[in-house]
Ligand binder design. Sequence first.
Ligand SMILES: Cc1ncc(COP(=O)(O)O)c(C=O)c1O
Length: 407
Amino acid sequence: MKDIQETLQSKQRQEFIILSAGNPLLLPKVEQMWRECNAELLASSEYGEIVCRYGSSQGYVPLIQAIAVYFNRRYGLSLSERNILITPGSQMLYFYAANAFGGYTSNKELKQIVLPLSPEYTGYGGISFAPEALVSYQPTLDIDSKAHRFKYHPDFSNLVITENTGCIIFSRPSNPTGNILSDDEIKKIVALARPYNIPVFIDSAYGPPFPALNFQDMTPVFGENIVHCMSFSKAGLPGERIGVAIGDPKIIEVLESFQTNLCIHPSHYGQAIAARAINSGALELVSQEVIKPFYKNKFSVLEAKLDQVMSKDLPWFLHRCEGAMYGWLWFKNLPIADWDLYEKLKLLGVIVTPGRFFFPGLAKDWSHQYQCLRISLTASDRDIETGIQRLADVVQNVYQEAVVPSI
Ligand SMILES: Cc1ncc(COP(=O)(O)O)c(C=O)c1O
């Protein structure tokens, strides 16, 4: 990852096709929406109260109220303000969760932070003060060889949830794969956790209702030990750092205490414009009509190009993209490591993300870890197509060179 940053900061930056970014694109209609909310805020009498005063450590009250009203109406819930916590970005929320519920207890017992399906969001890799607490599980693979597609599922025959589990976290839709765990899979995970009162954090950074980067039907799941977690980053506000946890007040209070000690409360400004975008309906509209179709279309461009230029005879597989903003590729029995493939592509001016970074918490080395790449959908259509053409050429050579000629 450091190598990607250093490469992009180097002088040749303009020459690279960047298929590695996790930063959402600046979409003009999205930017315009935030600009309008901002102008309204600047003109309002609320301004001084927002920037010149401290507030509640639970978050900016009008945003909490806006979320409660919106979710109750949209999903038929009966949330009160006690169910909601605002954090400075959702990454911080997972840090609170991992260290409040996972890690060492006062009796020196280790409570695990379980990621039920690996690969997972690389950002979970460093969230615990006790890195040994993080445990993830190899999935099962559902492979469609003819179509060159595949999909991961949690392997319930291996997943271990016990009184030693502190919390469970997973992204839905997933970064890096775009996988959406089914309602049944979630029910099973939640049922395994419930007897021990283990909180299940469902990271919905890409999910509905905002930014709604789900390309198939998907409804957020709520329930006693579930914490529905959101982020405003992929809805166009990554710089403002706003994360949201919705769950049982007992869990929310623990997270809030952590937050009070750490930073008193998240910055107000972004929260105030977010509240406006929710209350006016603009955020829901822009998510459904601008953000979702934009990335869905990008994925179609990627998929069509891969099908056009990748050899039918090679064992390459694209993960079924059900959401998020990435394509996840697996090259079965890849003769070189993912890192070497990344280096070869870099020499051709294409930057992708090697897959190995997305397996935090796996106890045993797994060859699959070194056979994957993540392609970000934040480049122009032309760059995606050119990048994939170069990838196809490199991959063809790599497999061909591995076939030792018989003399
Ligand atoms: C799955 C997932 N969760 C959480 C985050 C963190 O988002 P933020 O801290 O900006 O809310 C990201 C960022 O890319 C992500 O991909």
